[in-house]
Write a protein that binds this ligand. Structure first.
Ligand code: ZN
Length: 512
């Protein structure tokens, strides 16, 4: 008797159809799985057999073949346990085919027959809805993640035995109510630090607003304790909120990475990722035994913050170039290749020198000149080319800090960012931020007044800007004019862009 059960496999963050076919025939009693199973699927054989035994179902002494189709799709993970067990029960005649139609099964089994959560449930649920499956069965811990998908009945029976009774109609399980994620969104928004909490640093806050408005990558230079990390964390709060579509895409990435919490399985606000400088290439761009998104993809639609960027290995920083150019991370291994979205905004921070106090009026620098040059030269030119804003974040003395009033609230800054984004999209095309403008597009969209152009030429001659630095200045000046709501880039906009570029002048080593 042949039985067929529907599940999915993952290709990047896309779920693709996988059919589990089970066939019994006469011959030596064996249980074989075909269709390119990896280690985890072979182990599944033992789990599925134990789960069935402990639920009171014993496999017949026959030759049993389980086929995972299509064969060409590499399969990993433990989510095939549940559909294989259901397929075996179907082939044993315990579950008639009509009980299984229109239902997608996705989950792991424990040896005693309980359902267990797995990564990748949201993409699987979105597949079910798109392909006309009205029902889906997952483990309880994955329930609210699956129920993010509208118009899909999600069932979470505790055990295989409970599931069989439900499918046979012997007991009635109620589908989960659609997940109410708005509460989570509010909760997550409350966790983003507000710019109002930062006293002083008006210059750095202004730079952050420009970065948010134009989508510019930014490098902050300053001693430890000057608030660089806090500023970076606050960026998510002044960027436009994600649409539901964006949030579902971001959540799908975190789902495939197995990073969602069962109590809040939805990424409602722009992600903030801050990998340590010892991070490997794999953890940054993705990879591993089977395709796994890296930090650049976990930061998709949000912020990737590289603190102490000169401490990262050069080869690790080198791999950031492709996602920075294309908005995607492409992982290629002998056994697979995969693509994950990786459209993030890069914020980086560094100290001015190894001890951190060069140019700091409050504390002396203890570094030898050669050490300072060595430290600053660790950042590669091609990566710096992708960073439009280079900003000094000087320390604020404690006695000055207490005197200062609280800053402007993030919500107010975000309103200006939204208006500036509106102007950009109207001019550049929907979704195209100024930071993405290059060559001809930059020339045609950056309307520079005569006096502003003269200012740029003069500054370039005096300070020795490269052609690339020139383009970066134009992009930043374009965003400053958008924040001001004007079509032309005037003197004051160009002047501010140049000022940001040159910094406070305390040091200017790596900001070439
Ligand atoms: Zn130093």
């Amino acid at each position: 008797m042949l039985s067929r059960v529907q599940t999915v496999g993952l290709d990047g963050i896309q779920a693709v159809s996988v059919e589990v076919e089970v066939d019994f025939s006469a011959g030596l009693p064996t249980l074989g799985i075909v269709g390119l199973p990896e280690g985890a699927v072979r182990e599944a054989k033992d789990r599925v057999r134990a789960a069935l035994n402990n639920s009171g179902y014993h496999l017949p002494a026959k030759r049993i073949i389980i086929n995972l189709a299509p064969a060409h799709l590499p399969k990993g993970g433990s989510s095939y346990d549940l559909p294989m067990a259901i397929g075996l029960l179907g082939a044993m005649g315990k579950l008639p085919g009509e009980c299984l139609s229109g239902c997608l099964f996705f989950g792991e089994l424990s040896l005693d027959g309980r359902l267990r959560g797995v990564p990748g449930v949201l993409p699987a649920a979105l597949f079910a809805r798109k392909n006309g499956f009205p029902r889906m069965v997952v483990a309880a811990e994955n329930g609210s993640e699956a129920a993010l998908t509208p118009d899909l009945s999600v069932f979470t029976p505790p055990t295989l035995g409970d599931l069989v009774k439900h499918l046979l109609g012997e007991t009635v399980l109620a589908p989960l109510a659609a997940t109410d994620w708005l509460g989570w969104k509010e909760e997550a928004q409350g966790e983003i630090p507000d710019l109002a909490e930062i006293k002083g640093q008006e210059y750095a806050k202004r730079a952050l607003e420009i970065a948010a408005a134009g989508g510019h990558n930014m490098l902050m230079t300053g001693p430890p304790g000057s608030g660089k990390t806090f500023l970076a964390r606050a960026l998510a709060g002044i960027l436009p909120e994600m649409s539901l579509e964006e949030a579902l895409e971001v959540t799908a990435i975190h789902s495939v990475a197995g990073r969602l919490s069962p109590s809040r399985p939805f990424v409602a606000t722009r992600p903030f990722r801050s990998p340590h400088h010892t991070a490997s290439k794999n953890s940054l761009v993705g990879g591993g035994g089977h395709p796994h998104p890296g930090e650049v993809s976990l930061a998709h639609k949000g912020v990737l913050f590289l603190d102490e960027i000169p401490e990262f290995s050069r080869t690790v920083l080198e791999v950031l170039r492709e996602p920075l150019e294309s908005g995607e991370a492409h992982i290629s291994r002998t056994s697979y290749s995969a693509r994950f979205p990786a459209d993030f905004q890069l914020l980086a921070a560094c100290n001015p020198c190894p001890c951190g106090h060069l140019g700091n009026g409050l504390r002396p620098c203890r570094c030898a000149p050669a050490q300072v040059i060595g430290y600053q030269s660790r950042l590669s030119g091609p990566l710096l080319d992708r960073i439009d804003l280079h900003v000094d974040v000087p320390p604020v003395p404690t006695d000055v800090l207490v005197e200062l009033p609280s800053g402007e609230a993030s919500a107010k800054v975000r309103d200006r960012v939204l208006r500036a984004r509106g102007l950009q999209y109207g001019r550049n095309g929907m979704g195209i931020r100024n930071a993405a403008l290059n060559g001809k597009a930059l020339q045609s969209h950056a309307d520079v007044t005569g006096s502003a152009r003269q200012l740029l030429l003069d500054a370039g001659r005096k300070l020795g800007f490269s052609a690339r630095a020139h383009s970066r200045l134009l992009r930043v000046a374009r965003t400053i004019a958008d924040l001001a709501g004007t079509a032309d880039i005037g003197m004051e906009h160009m002047g501010e862009a140049i000022q940001l570029r040159v910094g406070s002048g305390t040091w200017g080593g790596i900001a070439q």
